[in-house]
Design a protein around this ligand. Structure first.
Ligand code: NI
Ligand code: MN
Length: 225
């Protein structure tokens, strides 16, 4: 499983011979100017919620790639009505896709589309594939529901928001990593806007002091699990 960071909360995942894009917000992020969305491959686009900083580039990428949009029922319906292919899910449910198993899990946040349309309730994803399991938290507060995840899944990586203001801060993300029982963390949802600027060194040290490994990738950089 290869995970590429496209800035903010945008990820590329290559797994099981398929390409997945998560929450594409690239053309609106000056820090991601080096990423050309017209070159990104996508069989699936996973969306945690409907906010503009998670769905901005969905239609452009889906039009070109014919990718299947996977999200909650309301977001899936929104895109189906615009003639895109979508797979609706809801909280607690999972589905075996051709690349692996995806579960839509709870997040504490909000989820309206930029045009005001209802975007259902926000979530995160647990992906089990190629004997590697990851948790993509989405935008969320720290929540006790995270404790449910390790009851079913032993995680190899937790992708957690750490930018504060709209989501967890570093301290809450450290507790979240305890809740999901995973000490390997990829941080996201930081630095993009003034509200969520973080001190990288200090954040990495705070995780390190608790025996945890926080990775902060350069935009365009990848990790292999
Ligand atoms: Ni959001
Ligand atoms: Mn966001």
């Amino acid at each position: 499983m290869k995970i590429t960071y496209y800035g903010h909360a945008s990820l590329g995942i290559e797994v099981g011979g398929k390409h997945i894009i998560v929450d594409p917000f690239i053309t609106g992020n000056p820090q991601a100017a080096g990423i050309d969305i017209n070159t990104l491959e996508a069989d699936y686009i996973l969306l945690t919620h409907a906010h503009g900083d998670h769905v901005l580039d969905v239609e452009t990428i889906a039009k070109r790639t014919n990718a299947v949009i996977v999200s909650n029922a309301e977001i899936a319906t929104y895109y189906e009505q615009r003639e895109f292919k979508a797979h609706p899910m809801n909280h607690g449910g999972s589905w075996n896709f051709d690349f692996g198993k995806v579960k839509y899990v709870n997040a504490i946040h909000s989820s309206s589309f930029p045009d005001g349309s209802y975007g259902g309730n926000p979530g995160g994803f647990v992906i089990e594939s190629e004997h590697k399991n990851i948790y993509i938290a989405g935008d969320t507060a720290l929540t006790m529901d995270m404790k449910l995840i390790p009851l079913r899944t032993k995680l190899d990586l937790a992708i957690l928001p750490i930018g504060n203001n709209f989501t967890m801060d570093v301290e809450d993300a450290i507790i979240a990593s305890d809740f999901v029982e995973c000490d390997k963390i990829l941080g996201y949802h930081f630095d993009t806007f003034g509200y969520i600027k973080i001190d990288h060194e200090e954040s990495i040290r705070k995780f390190f002091d608790k025996g945890k490994d926080l990775m902060l990738l350069e935009i365009g950089a990848s990790i292999e699990l």
